[in-house]
Design a protein around this ligand. Structure first.
Ligand code: B12
Length: 366
């Protein structure tokens, strides 16, 4: 079955016996009480299922944990261009190319079949982000790596650019590896360099501050104080991975058009062109209105007067108030006579209160 996993593209395979995660009970409940999950309500549903996976099915005895590497960000290309002058956005590396939920889950299902072939009658259930599972916790238990300060599962050879998948089964698989030591040591790069300070000591992730959360999971307005910190991230964020020494200077030759998309083009996408461009991509999760909201913020962060015309068109004819509101904010960031003129014209015809509030706020600063 290990060979089958490698054949399917998994670089790491490990096993752990299931048990109740008593030592995480308090941490997790406090994390939820503090509201750190933001609007991701599903993380709070039936907490016991995450603490003890045997509540999903009492017959489960062990877990097979799998790591599927993906192409690291093309860091040099993405950071060496002057994104402000060129009005380029960034998409997190995991979301470039095909949506991993499809092909990694298929690969995990093939491994589950290999288990059932080797042990006829075995019950198996595969997950990739698709169930109430602490995937990193179990990957650490299966000794694939250690739980890093950036809350990523890290491995000395693989860094953190891999997806996790797991198979619950009633077959018994004992850990086959040595316990994995933690190797963060005194390093604090991820904690110190996260643009929004979303990471705190003690493996605490404040999702509401995480750029990944804001650009993907938040369906409403992005808090004003966070907007400048998003820089040109328009879907996800890789900073806590990029600064991790265990990722070294990993970078790859991925499709650079996708990696550094031209923001004015994205702001002009209608439902049809959005759907065509992002079908089969993880980016679809943000929906058109979420992505264009992020694009408007990134254009504001360029502070580039060349962005005014694209934002003016959006404020004039975009159907989603959420996007118009962020376009107004962006014009306020850019400032200047043209931006002011566009905001004045929009104020005269706008009827949505949330957009009007953003127009007024933007006018105050220019
Ligand atoms: C919700 C979610 C998010 C949220 C919240 C992130 C978070 N840290 O919780 C947001 C949207 C912010 C997010 C962002 C990202 N995510 Co995400 N996300 C998830 C998801 C669906 C659930 C995570 C979860 O349960 N959070 C709840 C909190 C309470 O859990 P936790 O932080 O893991 O808390 C644990 C520890 O703190 C632990 N703990 C406390 N003290 C100690 C001490 C020790 C020694 C140990 C071992 C543990 C421990 O106890 C908790 C239980 O284990 C998982 C898939 C899954 N089902 O696991 C993917 C997942 C974690 N995400 C993943 C990825 C790739 C990302 C991004 C890199 C994407 C991007 N580039 O934008 C970023 C990384 C941000 C970051 N640093 O986490 C991968 C991570 C792979 C890896 N190598 O680790 C996963 C596993 C998806 C997958 N199947 O591959 N994500």
């Amino acid at each position: 079955m290990v060979e089958a996993a490698h054949r399917q593209g998994f670089a790491l395979v490990g096993f752990a016996l299931l048990r109740r995660l008593d030592e995480r009970d308090d941490f997790y409940r406090r994390w939820l009480q503090d509201g750190r999950h933001g609007a991701m309500e599903y993380l709070a549903l039936g907490p016991e299922r995450r603490i003890d996976p045997r509540t999903l099915d009492a017959r489960f005895k062990s877990i097979v944990s799998l790591a599927y590497p993906y192409a690291p960000p093309q860091t040099a290309a993405a950071t060496s261009i002057d994104w402000r002058a060129q009005m380029r956005g960034r998409i997190a590396a995991y979301a470039l190319g095909r949506d991993y939920h499809d092909y990694v889950l298929n690969a995990a299902c093939a491994v589950a079949e290999a288990i059932a072939d080797a042990r006829p009658g075995a019950i198996t259930r595969a997950y990739v982000d698709t169930g109430p599972v602490f995937e990193r916790e179990w990957a650490a238990a299966a000794r694939l790596g250690w739980f890093g300060k950036n809350t990523m599962l890290l491995n000395r050879d693989q860094g953190s650019y891999f997806f996790l998948a797991e198979i619950f089964t009633d077959a018994e698989f004992e850990p086959s590896r040595e316990p994995y030591r933690e190797h963060c040591g005194t390093c604090r790069r991820c904690l110190d360099l996260c643009p929004t300070g979303a990471l705190a000591d003690g493996y605490v992730m404040e999702s509401r501050l995480c750029i990944s959360y804001q650009t993907i999971e938040n369906r409403g307005a992005i808090p004003v104080a966070l907007r400048p910190k998003l820089a040109n991230w328009i879907f996800g964020c890789d900073v806590c991975n990029e600064v991790c020494p265990w990722n070294g200077d990993a970078s790859s030759e991925v499709n650079s058009k996708d990696l550094i998309p031209f923001l004015p083009d994205l702001l002009a996408l209608d439902e049809g062109s959005f759907s065509r461009r992002f079908t089969g991509s993880a980016v679809k999760r943000a929906k058109r209105r979420g992505l264009l909201r992020n694009v408007a913020v990134a254009l504001g962060n360029t502070r580039n007067p060349d962005a005014v015309s694209a934002l003016a068109r959006s404020l004039d004819s975009e159907k989603e108030p959420l996007v118009r509101a962020h376009a107004a904010w962006a014009l306020g960031q850019i400032g200047g006579v043209d931006a002011r003129r566009v905001l004045e014209a929009a104020r005269a015809r706008e009827s949505d209160d949330s957009v009007l509030a953003e127009i007024r706020a933007a006018r105050k600063i220019i």
